[in-house]
Design a protein around this ligand. Structure first.
Ligand code: AMP
Ligand code: TRP
Length: 337
């Protein structure tokens, strides 16, 4: 059976990178897979979250899923902390994964920065929890942005080691699905940095809740270079692409939002000035992202609707993970008297 699991952390703003790298792909996959989409609040607290904001942010991510077109009748939508299997299986995986594996994780190094000694133990063990999220449902496919690739390789290593250690063929090795022309959306202020929730400049990202005026302003202010837009030949020239990261980023975003191949977009805009391209991009973004933002704001006015979706999701998620955890207990040798 093919089963998808993926998630977004309820930390501050859901942005265009989350949408193009992850959520939009999920909407398309829900027709062909059994899908579970989680709001990963246990992951969020690996760095400090204000308790009152965490609740609002959890509803905001749920609203983003629904507004983007995830159908709660076909998919399970829930928040991670309310299903005990995640934390429990993560503990077992803490005892399966090796320190050396976690020491290689580049995201921990980036997030902990110079203050490594002061990072939470949770931030360090975070990839084990991510493996538990997927495997508590025996998830087989995981649609994510490019930045999660290394964590998924670790999830496969953990599944493999668990199976080997206990002499079973129990967990599937989950496969990443990294799809579309915008798997790594970059900051609008710096083409060398990933668009992220935690960047201190709000102009670095498009939040899904930004209104039309703010979207237009952010695109107008987005960093570019002084040259006209390149033609399709740039796609076969890695050095030329590296020299123009901001241009490639905006083109990738446009191709993704327009749902057109990057070649066709480059063909159309080759030689154009950025000012013209930015106008067209802003119009498209207002039409697509702006629409999702409006629906999110409507949903957020009615927390009862969102909470109802989450409650049903929690129940459905437990119905799948409870029996899996019972089997895991037997495999590990926990007595169930
Ligand atoms: P996070 O915001 O870290 O919870 O990420 C949630 C999902 O969005 C994951 O699948 C990430 O890979 C994806 N994602 C986050 N930032 C970006 C980005 N800048 N470009 C593409 N995908 C992203
Ligand atoms: N670590 C992911 C991120 O920050 C979020 C996440 C947590 C996730 N658990 C997951 C993604 C399981 C896919 C599958 O983006």
């Amino acid at each position: 059976m093919k089963r998808i699991f993926s998630g977004v952390q309820p930390t501050q703003n859901v942005h265009l990178g989350n949408y193009l790298g992850a959520i939009r792909n999920w909407v398309r996959l829900q027709d062909d897979y059994d899908c579970i989409f989680c709001i990963v609040d246990l992951h969020a607290i690996t760095v400090w979250q204000e308790p009152a904001s965490l609740k609002a942010q959890t509803r905001e991510v749920a609203a983003a899923y629904l507004a983007a077109g995830i159908d709660p009748k076909r998919c399970i939508i829930f928040n991670q902390s309310q299903v005990p299997a995640h934390a429990e299986l993560a503990w077992i995986f803490n005892c399966v994964a090796r320190l050396g594996w976690l020491n290689r994780m580049t995201q921990f190094k980036e997030k902990a920065g110079k203050h490594r000694e002061n990072a939470s133990v949770g931030l360090y063990a975070y990839p084990n929890l991510m493996a538990a999220d997927i495997l508590a449902y025996k998830g087989t496919h995981v649609p994510v942005g490019e930045d999660q690739k290394q964590h998924l390789e670790l999830a496969r290593d953990i599944a493999q080691k668990f199976n080997n250690d206990f002499g079973v063929n129990y967990f599937p090795l989950p496969e990443p699905l990294i799809l579309g022309p915008a798997t790594r959306v970059m900051s609008l202020r710096d083409g060398a940095k990933k668009m992220s929730k935690s960047d201190e400049s709000d102009y670095s990202r498009i939040n899904l809740t930004d209104d039309a005026d703010l979207i237009r302003l952010k695109i107008r202010k987005a960093k570019t270079d002084p040259h006209p837009l390149p033609g399709p030949e740039i796609l076969t020239d890695a050095a030329a692409q590296d020299a123009r990261p901001e241009a490639m980023n905006l083109l990738g975003i446009y191709a993704a939002l327009a749902d057109r191949p990057p070649e066709a977009v480059l063909e159309e805009f080759a030689g154009s000035e950025f000012s013209r391209f930015k106008d067209v991009l802003a119009d498209l973004m207002v039409a697509t992202v702006g629409k999702i933002g409006r629906e999110m704001r409507r949903l957020q006015q009615d927390p009862a609707e969102i909470d109802g979706v989450l409650r049903r999701g929690i129940e459905a998620a437990r119905a799948i993970s409870d029996p899996i955890m019972r089997e895991v207990h037997d495999i590990v040798g926990f007595l169930r008297p």
